[in-house]
Write a protein that binds this ligand. Structure first.
Ligand code: ATP
Ligand code: MG
Length: 780
């Protein structure tokens, strides 16, 4: 049957349709991975609009990541065609709360141009607070305080609400420090991430009229990934939905992976209590993965005791078994994955060819990314890192952004501190202390403090001149930035307009940014920098200015950066995605690689050390999330040796590997560095590393079990020595297999060449990476 007005309903199964068509009253959709929860939620929004139940801005839709929000917008656009104007409020809790808080900032003592602090700033602030106490910051470091305060905010506790049971933190001064921290943030006109939600909840709780305004405004509320909401988010939802109760939440208790950040699966159980009569819909058909992948995921998650439990089935054809492979070390793992990806792309793995966009590597810990990035750079395999060590976290980017921040909000003292003497302006500790003191005495921002200090002639000749110039520049830039920022909000719609009477800015915000970096001397600081990083940093600054182009003003950009969790590079073309398992939630890829399945890495050491099963169960859910991202091919791998922070460590295969059902797994044998990983020839006995590995790696019960399971099916593609060819330009005349001599390590054979680095198996010292220029031919 085709419904001409509602064609999107025809793509749904009966259970999904039920959830989509039950528009009024509370609905809870509880179902496993890939059963079409997000699809149903998106269809529900479309249905609300098509049936005229709501106008776009009367719908509030919460996603877990910005990426998910973008995806949902795209899908909605496709379903709607050109039918409806405008878009719902669609975003993460944080991005929606920023908008709300800017409108009502004054109700919690902020100004609407408040700054959103990043973790660095937050920690610096806490250090300052701790320094003013006699608390031992070795025992109670600032980072820990940040964690404690964050967890309180996640539970929606303002300082006065922190229960007595928590009071022992920080020598019984935790609550007091929390209170001071909040006051300091208000002075700075700043908020941290947790505040975005906390302040809005506080406003709703203390201003009935404001709450009612939004209760009327948001007629329908939809929430994806509901299992990962924390208490503050839950309260926020309950307040907003309190009047009409038109709230639809979808989630999967097996995919709750943010317990460490305060998420409470209990919110699922609480929902039915707080919203009596809620319609509960269960979905069981999985549309994403093949039966082998599904069976593997189900088998792993079955190891958890605390779960609601559900069955999944699929109509898909059998397809590939889950591929399992062991490697000698992390670099070898990365090398194999790189080769495999290229083989998959060419279609030489006995499967259809896949695009690079179809493939993703999902890691447990972000430090795992480095090996893949290095390898892919070496062989020229295009990749994107999503949500990893972010571009915006680099030193030069943070400095540059501090300039932008100060221009937008002159009271941003943390930004001031960061750049007042960067580049060096002869304003050392002493001068800065004077500024701090003057500011404190007068109860003003540091920038204004500097102004007063200059008037009072409190600074010596040269420093005074330099500071005066800095203040003058900042004032000038602020004046321009101010003209870029919209004046007034229209209250009853979401539109934002510019004051017509406002004078025009003499230049755009992109040009302003360039001028700030040039005139402040920041750019030339890196131009004169002689370290190898200098050029890269200049490149990054260029990238930054380029990124500004797609925003209306600096404030919008700064907001974006503080919220955005993923950093997709703008370059065209197919790319492999690299991201953490946490960041992959809700996504799907035809081909998924899950490297580093080793005890201590995955599950994490921390979860293994913990007493009880709670941490381990969360890790297992993470494994479930990982496997269920895959549509057609899922490859799990592990390495017997891994270098963590410069130290070699031998590792055992993850306990989760033992939980994979034999019938759904194919154990591959890599033609590796030593003629094979586990299951093939044993490691060479003559290297230091091999001895370590032999002690508890290769001979461990875990490896032996796997060897027994291995069917020794070799991968069809022989290992390539292409690196040799590719790197000739960079690496002189060496070849793989060549015997060489190194001053410190003695004789050895080259096993791989990457740029000007050689990987050499030394007779005495074992595997080492060395720079080509320290190597001489070992023939004579
Ligand atoms: P996760 O728990 O991982 O977030 P999910 O339950 O949200 O998964 P979706 O992402 O909505 O699942 O759907 C998974 C895949 O199945 C998508 O590719 C989607 O287009 C497809 N799908 C969902 N429902 C149907 C359906 N009724 N018919 C065909 N395909 C469907
Ligand atoms: Mg989903």
């Amino acid at each position: 049957r085709v419904h001409p007005a509602t064609p999107y309903l025809d793509d749904l199964n009966p259970a999904q349709r039920e959830a989509v068509e039950a528009l009024d009253g509370p609905v809870l959709m509880l179902a496993g991975a890939g059963t079409g929860k997000t699809k149903a939620l998106t269809s529900r929004m479309v249905h609300l609009l098509t049936t005229g139940r709501a106008r776009p801005n009367e719908i509030l839709s919460v996603t877990f990541t910005n990426k998910a929000a973008r995806e949902m917008k795209l899908r909605m656009g496709r379903m709607l065609g050109e039918g409806v104007e405008g878009m719902p409020w669609l975003g993460t809790f944080h991005s929606i709360c920023v908008k709300l808080l800017r409108r009502h900032a004054e109700l919690v003592g902020l100004k609407s141009n408040f700054t959103i602090l990043d973790t660095d700033d937050q920690i610096r602030l806490m250090k300052q607070l701790l320094a003013a106490t006699n608390i031992d910051d070795k025992r109670w470091p600032a980072r820990m305080l940040a964690g404690v305060i964050d967890s309180w905010k996640n539970r929606a506790w303002i300082p006065s609400k922190v229960p007595a049971s928590e009071a022992s933190a920080f020598n019984n001064r935790g609550t007091e420090l929390y209170d001071q921290y909040q006051r300091r943030l208000l002075e700075l006109n700043a908020v941290d991430f947790g505040d975005l939600l906390l302040h809005v909840v506080t406003i709703f709780q203390t201003h009935e009229d404001v709450l009612q305004q939004y209760q009327r405004w948001f007629k329908y509320i939809l929430v994806d990934e509901y299992q990962d909401t924390n208490v503050a988010q839950y309260l926020w939802l309950r307040l907003l939905a309190g009047a009409h109760k038109n709230i639809c939440c979808v989630g999967d208790d097996d995919q709750s992976i943010y317990g460490w950040r305060g998420a409470e699966v209990g919110n699922i159980l609480r929902f039915e209590k707080d919203f009596p009569g809620a319609k509960v819909v269960r979905l069981e058909q999985n549309y994403r993965s093949t039966p082998h992948i599904l069976a593997a995921a189900s088998s792993v998650i079955a190891g958890n005791e605390s779960r609601l439990g559900k069955d999944l089935w699929t109509e898909a054809k059998d397809g590939e078994k889950v591929r399992l492979i062991g490697h000698w070390d992390g670099d070898e793992e990365a090398r194999w994955v790189g080769d495999d990806i290229e083989a998959m792309q060419r279609g030489t793995r006995g499967m259809e060819p896949f695009s690079l966009d179809d493939m993703a590597i999902l890691v447990r810990a972000s430090h795992q990314m480095r090996a893949f990035e290095d390898r892919f750079l070496t062989i020229g395999l295009p990749y994107r890192v999503i949500g990893g060590p972010r571009f915006y976290e680099r030193l030069e980017i943070r400095d540059a952004m501090a300039y932008f921040r100060l221009a937008v909000s002159p009271a941003d003292d943390l930004a001031f501190e960061r750049i007042v003497n960067t580049p060096k302006r002869g304003l050392g500790d002493k001068a800065q202390q004077k500024i701090q003191m003057t500011a404190r005495e007068n109860g003003v921002s540091l920038l204004d403090g500097a102004r007063i200090l200059l008037q009072d002639k409190g600074l010596g000749g040269k420093a005074a001149g330099l500071l005066a110039r800095f203040v003058e520049q900042m004032d000038r830039w602020h004046e321009i930035a101010r003209l870029h920022t919209p004046g007034s909000l229209i209250e009853d719609g979401e539109a934002v307009i510019l004051d017509e009477d406002r004078p025009r800015a003499p230049m755009g915000h992109v040009e302003l940014a360039e001028i700030m970096l040039d005139e402040s001397g920041y750019t030339s600081m890196w131009q004169n920098d002689k370290t190898p990083e200098g050029p890269g940093r200049l490149e990054n600054l260029k990238e930054l200015v380029k990124a500004l182009e797609s925003f209306e003003n600096l404030q919008g950009f700064l907001e974006h950066v503080s919220l955005i969790m993923d950093n997709e590079s703008e370059q065209e073309g197919e790319k492999v995605s690299i991201m953490t398992l946490h960041g992959a939630k809700g996504l799907e890829f035809p081909v998924v690689f899950l490297p580093g399945w080793e005890d201590g890495l995955f599950p994490s050491q921390r979860s293994m050390d913990e007493s009880g099963q709670k941490g381990l169960e969360e890790e297992r859910r993470l494994a479930y999330v990982g496997i269920t991202r895959a549509e057609k091919v899922c490859t799990i791998s592990f390495a017997g040796n891994r270098r963590v922070f410069g130290q070699w460590q031998s590792a055992l295969p993850s306990r989760f590997i033992d939980e994979l059902p034999d019938a759904n797994v194919d154990v591959l044998t890599p033609p590796g560095l030593y003629g094979g990983g586990f299951g093939a020839a044993a490691a060479p006995a003559n290297t230091i590393d091999a001895k370590v590995a032999a002690a508890d790696g290769y001979n461990s019960p875990g490896w032996k079990r796997l060897q027994a399971r291995a069917n020794h099916r070799p991968v069809t593609q022989p290992r390539e020595t292409r690196s040799t060819i590719l790197d000739l330009s960079a690496s002189s005349s060496h070849t793989v297999g060549e015997r060489v001599f190194h001053q410190k390590f003695g004789y050895g054979d080259i096993v791989a060449i990457e740029g000007d680095k050689l990987e050499v198996n030394f007779e005495k010292a074992g595997m080492k990476k060395v720079v080509a220029k320290f190597i001489s031919s070992g023939e004579d």
